[in-house]
Structures are given as structure tokens and as C-alpha cells.
Design a protein around this ligand. Structure first.
Ligand code: ATP
Ligand code: MG
Length: 578
């Protein structure tokens, strides 16, 4: 039991100016977190209690799933990242530093290299597999736009674990084992979430799921289908192209289209639907291994009414996302013959042509003519132009046909709280993590990696559990279960009753705060609502008769009960939900 008068606690009435979303506003107002600099937060006593509860839920489920806890260092030598090839590929998000002897290090944004290194030092036989190791630790990412408090920060706590198996079949078992453990973690945290298929970057295959807590403020767009089980991030969601058009190819023709720099303008000018146009996106690519500083040029073509899916594009190019920029049109025009607003695939040179797969079967489209104020009409793939890369490059959007069943898909927003990923041999091959089988034959270890954003989960819980007055903690992660608000703390009758109740509640496994501060009752009630303790028991005038008020933060009426009844109710509720 703790007395509020002794707590290191400060609540704010004002909304902090930098906070835009409820979890950020409420966690700052409740004094549970404090900002040090952009994207870096400290946890105050109440915040730290909730953080530890979330960590413990994660810990219990990881242990139950057979993973073993370790703690690796956050400071990582560059050499390991050079071995895996990610020292450059990781890009500006990595926090890099040098020691006094000029040796390079980073503050770990993730730990694949470190775990691979530790395991290769110890594992050499199939008898030592499978293996699953986890840690709960600070991670560092120099995010381009740290925002939303704990949701996208630069220092955050992650649970990460890595599985090591003999083969794909073993990995499959480890993967689904973790997937189900994640469901238990997020259920216990009180989150409403959806596991969705996620992008696997350069590794490929249907090998990753993200767990997204549903929320309007979520940065992740989820595409799902109500008619079948398809659910994926918008980045990942596949677009199934319609069958090729049966139209005959008409002769290619150049037309005068003055001032029509946009798809809307040219479609209107020519009186054609936007789906009969081709949109050009001009790009410069700076591959990390290219030290000349000169960009490679690429032009990407998709149907005029579609949106480009950047993730699909960078996967097709095989480069990290930060390596791709929209082009400086003047520079690119001089090198490739493109013309801003009038670029099409016909007439471009010295430039990689990337074509969305849908354009292959479409007929008689309109595209820029690579000449100011002119377009080409009746442009056809194969006859008039070809792509260096032809692949699905577009976003699947609400209402588009489901790639599995063809019915219109829906979209929702979510906060990515966790991700599970089949790595395969991506790290074990370059870093020589191998084992010998029964016949002394050597094989690379097959790995999986799994992450939960513990601090992001913290914020996601608040996003889903709050009202205008404050946080409404699920019992499982509440910093304390019960607040006993004493109306007149200098009245010994009231204080005695409060302390007796607290002692009884504690002996039954409930965590209790006694609000004995010398404040007006209104202030104490407001703070209790803001801080979100699941149960509030008020000890006031009727204390002499052993009567108190009982109220749940999640709603419902204030009840007048005997102290004993109120205690029974609280104990029952908390033990059922904790
Ligand atoms: P995002 O796409 O949101 O940047 P990510 O896919 O790069 O995240 P992972 O490498 O999969 O993140 O990390 C595992 C988990 O760590 C994520 O699911 C997320 O919950 C959490 N996480 C990642 N970046 C941050 C961050 N900047 N702040 C807080 N939590 C984060
Ligand atoms: Mg992720």
C-alpha cells in the first residue's frame, strides 16, 4: 500500500502542447512518463509499474512458450554488422558512435547479428537445436519523425527473440509457437488487435505477420476482407490484376495536350477515364554501395488512377527505402529525356523502366510523350515499350477486389505492436552459423525473429482504454488496482477505515493507493479518473458507520456499501481479471 501524499507524483490539468494523440496527452498529464528530448522518455513510478506489468506478461508468455531469457548489450560493435552486410544497409536510423580509439559501434536498433554471433560460438550440433532466446531491452532508432510519444520514439523497449532450427519445418513450428504466444500477450494486455500478413522485404515469401492494435491514430494501414480470411498491411497486400483486355491495339499517335500536367487534367482534356492513362513517377536511386554520389535514374509507370506502393517498389529494386528519392526533374531531364508532367515510357533513355504488371494487359492507354504539352495515345505494352522490371507496384485500396476471393476489401488503421518473421538463413549463411546433422553433414541454422514493442504496447493500451477524463487501465496492467480516496485525511476515523480496508485488500492480492493528500475531494476524484485505477473506494462522512462508496473506473453507478462488501467486490473483480 502506498499513500498518495508520499508518492513522487505530479498530474497536469493542461494538455501539453507537443502531444497530439490521447495516449501521449494522457500519459504526460498523468505524469507517468516524462520527456527528456524528442523521442526519449523516462518512466515515473506509476508509469514504471505499468511498464513492468506489461514486461511480465511478455516474460511469462515467452517462458511458457519455451524461450529462455538473456540480456545482450545495447552497445554493438560495427564488425558484426559489417559481416551481415547491414552496416550500410541500415542507413540513417542507426545511432552510430566511436570509442576513444576510433572503433565504430552502434546502439542496437535490433539484435539479429548479436544473437547469431552468440549462438554460433556455442552451437555446432543438431542436438543443441531447436533453441529460442529472448530479451527485454532498450532499442535505439534515430527515427526521421519521432512522434506520438511512446508510439514512435528513438529510445524504446522491445522484447526481441530469435529462434534457431534445423530446417524450415522446425522454423514453421517455432514461428507458430511465437504467433500464438503473441496472441496470449496481447489478449492479456486487453488489446483489440488483428494479426495481418506483413511485408518480408528482400527475404520474400509469406513469412511474416504484424500484430496491429486497432486504432484511428495507427500509422499502419490494414487491408482486410470480410468474406474470407485475407488480412494484410497495405504495404504487403497483393493486387490481383484483371485479365488482359480484349481490345485491338490502335495505332500509336502523338496529340497536343497543352498545360495538362496531371492525370486529372489530361483525362479531362481528352475526355477519357483516368484508368485509361499511365502515370509516371521519376526516381533517383542512391545504392549504399555506390560511392560516386551520382544517382541511378528510374521511371516507374502505373495506371493513372492507382497509388504507388513504395514498399513493393523498393523490394523490386532490391534497395533500402532510404536509397530511393523522387527525382530532381531538371537533372533527370538532362540525363534521360523525361519532361516534367509529360513523361511516358516511349522516348526515355538511360533510365531503368519499371512497369506495373497491370499495364501489360491493358490496351490503348494515354501516356506522356516526353515532349512538353504532348501525350501519346494508344500506348501498348510490348509493342511501344518494355519494362526492365515488371511487377505489382500498386496499393490495394478500400473497395478494390480481394486478391483471394475477389470481393471488395476494407481498410482500417492500426498500431503495429509486434511482428513475427521467418528469417530463414539470411543471417546464418553470411555469419557462418551452422550445425552438423546425424551424418556429420554441415547445414546453416534456420532462424526466425520476433519483436514486441513493449513501450508502444503501453501507449496502444491507453489509445484503446480511455475517455475524456483519463485512462481506464485494464486490471492486468493497472499501476495499482484500487484507489481509496479519503475525503478528510485528518479525520482519524476515515483514515483508520481506509488503512484497514487497504490491509485487507492487500492480503487478498490487490494493490492499493490511499489518496490521503490534503486536496479538495474534486481534485482527488479528477486525479483518480486521470490515473485510471480500475476501482475507486471513497471513505467519507459515513466512515463512522462503516459505509463507503464503490465505483468502477470503466463505468457504472456509485454504490454505497459496507466496507466489507466493497472489499469483497474489489477482491473478486481484481482476482478475476489480474
Ligand atoms: P515501424 O514499421 O513502426 O517503424 P518496424 O517494423 O521497423 O516498426 P520492428 O523492427 O518490427 O519495427 O520492431 C519490433 C517492434 O518494435 C515493432 O512491432 C514495434 O512494436 C516496436 N517499435 C519499432 N520501432 C519503434 C519505435 N520507434 N518506437 C517504439 N516502438 C517501436
Ligand atoms: Mg515491424
Amino acid at each position: 500500500m502506498i499513500k498518495a501524499s508520499k508518492m513522487f507524483l505530479s498530474t497536469l490539468r493542461e494538455v501539453p502542447s507537443e502531444a497530439e494523440i490521447p495516449s501521449h496527452i494522457l500519459l504526460l498529464r498523468a505524469g507517468m512518463i516524462k520527456k527528456l528530448v524528442s523521442g526519449v522518455y523516462a518512466f515515473m513510478p506509476l508509469g514504471y509499474r505499468t511498464l513492468r506489468k506489461i514486461e511480465n506478461i511478455v516474460r511469462e508468455e515467452m517462458d511458457a512458450a519455451g524461450a529462455q531469457e538473456v540480456l545482450m548489450s545495447a552497445l554493438q560493435p560495427a564488425e558484426l554488422w559489417q559481416e551481415s552486410g547491414r552496416w550500410y544497409a541500415y542507413g540513417p536510423e542507426m545511432m552510430r558512435l566511436k570509442d576513444r580509439n576510433d572503433r565504430e559501434f552502434c546502439l542496437g536498433p535490433t539484435h539479429e547479428e548479436i544473437f547469431t554471433d552468440v549462438v554460433r560460438q556455442q552451437v555446432s550440433s543438431y542436438r543443441q537445436l531447436p533453441l529460442n532466446l529472448y530479451q527485454i531491452q532498450h532499442k535505439y532508432r534515430d527515427e526521421a519523425r519521432p512522434r506520438f510519444g511512446l508510439i514512435r520514439s528513438r529510445e524504446f523497449i522491445m522484447k526481441d527473440n530469435y529462434s534457431f532450427d534445423r530446417d524450415e519445418a522446425g522454423l514453421d513450428v517455432s514461428y507458430w509457437n511465437m504467433y500464438h504466444a503473441y496472441e496470449k500477450v496481447f489478449d492479456r494486455c486487453g488489446l483489440t488487435y488483428r494479426p495481418v500478413e506483413a511485408d518480408t522485404g528482400a527475404i520474400g515469401g509469406s513469412n511474416s505477420h504484424e500484430f496491429c492494435a486497432l486504432s484511428e491514430v495507427g500509422e499502419e494501414e490494414i487491408i482486410y476482407c470480410d468474406h474470407c480470411s485475407m488480412a494484410a498491411t497495405a504495404e504487403r497486400a497483393e493486387f490481383k490484376d484483371a485479365p488482359a483486355s480484349a481490345e485491338d491495339m490502335l495505332p500509336l499517335e502523338k496529340v497536343h495536350t497543352p498545360g495538362t500536367k496531371t492525370i486529372e487534367a489530361v483525362a479531362q482534356f481528352l475526355g477519357i477515364p483516368q484508368e485509361k492513362t499511365i502515370k509516371a513517377l521519376l526516381l533517383e536511386i542512391y545504392r549504399p554501395e555506390n560511392e560516386s554520389g551520382e544517382p541511378e535514374y528510374a521511371a516507374c509507370f502505373i495506371r493513372g488512377d492507382r497509388q504507388l506502393n513504395m514498399t513493393k517498389l523498393v523490394n523490386a529494386l532490391g534497395v533500402p527505402e532510404y536509397a530511393v528519392q523522387f527525382a530532381n526533374e531538371e537533372r533527370m531531364a538532362a540525363a534521360t529525356g523525361c519532361v516534367g508532367g509529360f513523361t511516358g515510357p516511349v522516348g526515355l533513355h538511360d533510365c531503368k523502366i519499371i512497369v506495373d504488371s497491370e499495364l501489360v494487359g491493358a490496351k490503348n492507354l494515354c501516356a506522356g510523350a516526353c515532349e512538353a504539352d504532348h501525350h501519346m495515345i494508344n500506348v501498348n505494352y510490348g509493342r511501344d515499350y518494355k519494362g526492365d522490371i515488371v511487377t505489382d507496384l500498386k496499393l490495394l485500396q478500400e473497395g478494390d477486389p480481394c486478391p483471394v476471393c475477389g470481393k471488395p476489401v476494407k481498410s482500417a488503421r492500426g498500431i503495429e505492436v509486434g511482428q513475427v518473421f521467418k528469417l530463414g538463413t539470411k543471417y546464418s549463411v553470411p555469419m557462418h552459423l551452422t550445425y552438423h546433422d546425424e551424418n556429420q553433414k554441415e547445414h546453416p541454422v534456420v532462424m526466425g525473429c520476433y519483436g514486441i514493442g513493449v513501450t508502444r504496447t503501453f501507449a496502444a493500451i491507453v489509445e484503446q482504454h480511455h475517455d475524456d477524463n483519463g485512462i481506464i487501465w485494464p486490471v492486468s496492467v493497472a499501476p495499482y488496482h484500487v484507489v481509496i480516496t479519503v475525503i478528510k485525511p485528518n479525520d482519524p476515523v476515515q483514515m483508520d477505515l481506509a488503512c484497514n480496508m487497504a490491509a485487507r485488500l492487500e492480503s487478498a492480492g490487490c494493490e492499493v493507493v490511499i489518496d490521503d493528500r490534503d486536496e479538495r475531494p474534486g481534485v482527488k476524484f479528477k486525479d483518480a479518473d486521470l490515473l485510471g485505477f480500475p476501482v475507486r473506494i471513497t471513505v467519507g462522512k459515513k466512515a463512522a458507520d462503516g459505509i463507503v462508496e464503490y465505483k468502477l473506473r470503466r463505468g457504472g453507478d456509485v454504490e454505497e456499501l459496507t466496507a466489507e462488501e466493497a472489499g469483497d467486490k474489489a477482491i473478486e473483480l481484481i482476482n478475476a481479471e489480474k
